[in-house]
Design a protein around this ligand. Structure first.
Ligand SMILES: C[S@@+](CC[C@H](N)C(=O)[O-])C[C@H]1O[C@@H](n2cnc3c(N)ncnc32)[C@H](O)[C@@H]1O
Length: 413
């Protein structure tokens, strides 16, 4: 289910990363349990026709991707199968799942966080906190790779007392507007880095984030704007909105736009829509162009603030952004809503929320986690029929999949 090959020998199950279905392989066991074991692939005796040589030279070491050894068409097949099997296993839902909508396979990411360890720069090695030192990443767009390369030269030019202060390099690049963040243990003058960036890009901004935490939280701490632009301004779906370095924004805009267009097509003109888990409010703004009224519910005050700015900047008067917990804020809207959009975080909605929303005529559920989706659908399908299930390849070359499910009420509660 994580993209590894799964095989059985004498009734025991072996999980073997980088092995594919139908291959005859040799392996060494790393962790042996009673009924299953984790193993490392050592030799392939017969190759699957779906196997390709991973184009990225770091694939076998780097923890970023786990499906690059599969043909892209097979990655898409694998993701639809993953959703189908998860729904069957957890929710006993045995329905056709549409083919996974493809993305461009590489250069789709508009944001990255690279790890720095003194002069070493890259991503973590699979299953380790050590860094695999890279020259570029094939998933990032060209602007991110260019910033990465400039930063690498800068890092190597620094004395060790400064380079050892840098923990991460964060880059967000959309429409040739670039925000760069240096996450550092304590403050130092990094204006020379900005000069290098300025010589290469016309719209660029640099931030320092002072963060001495030992845990994995990257974007936290005192934030200092060094120079250049402060935010990225985007025009999309006839809306203008801004994105900063720290806030949430979808990393694959091509797939984001396909999903948002699909949701727009699913709502009826002049209907009342509740956009639950609405984030920075872009989808709410898009839906307001067709709906009678849209209510967006979001718990993060930073995201709510961005959603209010998007509403103001675009003069949208049929949109209400509500700050708070969906579980509480949905109550007064339940009698008037025609379509409810659910786009929760990885853990899904949970039974309490599901129980509350039974009775809403149309539900569009967008999920980034097939297991959580299956748990929620197990409950919802007592009252709803599934119109269709469509996966989207938001993160090519990884085992992540985004899924949209359209549900229609079959009977009153
Ligand atoms: C997967 S993101 C979706 C964001 C948005 N729909 C988009 O397309 O960008 C999930 C969002 O749910 C919000 N959230 C998490 N728990 C929540 C809750 N109990 N009530 C309301 N919003 C919540 C998070 O802050 C986050 O913005």
């Amino acid at each position: 289910m994580n993209g590894e090959g799964i095989g059985k020998v004498d009734g025991k199950t072996y999980f073997i990363p980088n092995a594919l279905i139908g291959e005859d392989v040799e392996f060494e066991v790393d962790q042996d349990r009673q009924n299953y074991a984790f193993a490392t692939l050592t030799n392939i005796n017969s190759f699957s026709k779906e196997r390709v040589t991973p184009p990225c030279p770091y694939f076998y070491e780097c923890g970023g991707c786990n499906l690059q050894h599969m043909k892209y068409s097979h990655q898409l097949y694998f993701k639809s199968l993953l959703v189908k099997k998860t729904l069957k296993k957890i929710a006993d839902i045995d329905l056709d799942v549409l083919p996974t909508q493809p993305s461009r396979q590489f250069k789709y990411r508009n944001k990255s966080s690279f790890n720095v360890d003194n002069k070493n720069l890259g991503f973590y090695i699979k299953g380790s906190n050590d860094i695999v030192s890279i020259e570029y990443c094939m998933l990032m767009n060209d602007d991110i790779n260019k910033v990465f390369s400039i930063f690498k030269d800068y890092l190597h030019s620094l004395d060790e007392d400064k380079s050892c202060l840098i923990k991460h390099l964060v880059v967000r690049a959309i429409a040739h507007q670039i925000l760069v963040g240096l996450i550092i243990k304590s403050d130092f003058d990094c204006s020379a880095f900005y000069t290098l960036l300025e010589n290469n890009f016309s719209k660029i901004g640099l931030y320092k984030i002072i963060n001495n935490r030992r845990d994995s939280v990257v974007l936290s701490g005192k934030t200092i704007h060094v120079s250049g632009i402060k935010e990225i301004v985007i025009n999309n779906f006839n809306l203008t909105y801004s994105v900063d370095l720290l806030g949430f924004h979808q990393t694959n805009i091509e797939i984001q736009d396909i999903i948002y267009q699909k949701v727009l097509d699913l709502i009826k003109p002049n209907s009342v829509v509740v956009n639950g888990f609405s984030g920075e409010g872009l989808l709410s703004g898009i839906l307001a162009s067709k709906a009678k009224h849209v209510y967006g519910i979001e718990i993060s005050s930073a995201s709510h603030k961005s959603a209010e700015k998007l509403k103001r900047d675009n003069n949208i008067d049929n949109l209400t952004n509500i700050l708070g917990d969906f579980f509480v804020k949905i109550d007064p809207l339940l009698t008037s809503v025609d379509t409810l959009i659910l786009d929760p975080s990885k853990k899904g909605c949970g039974k309490e929320i599901m129980n509350k929303i039974i009775g809403v005529k149309n539900i569009v559920y967008i999920s980034c986690n097939p297991i959580a989706l299956a748990k929620d659908l197990r409950y919802l399908t007592k009252y709803y029929i599934i119109d269709y299930i469509e996966p989207y390849d938001m993160f090519p070359n990884t085992n992540s999949v985004e899924t949209l499910v359209h549900l229609k009420l079959k009977k009153e509660k």
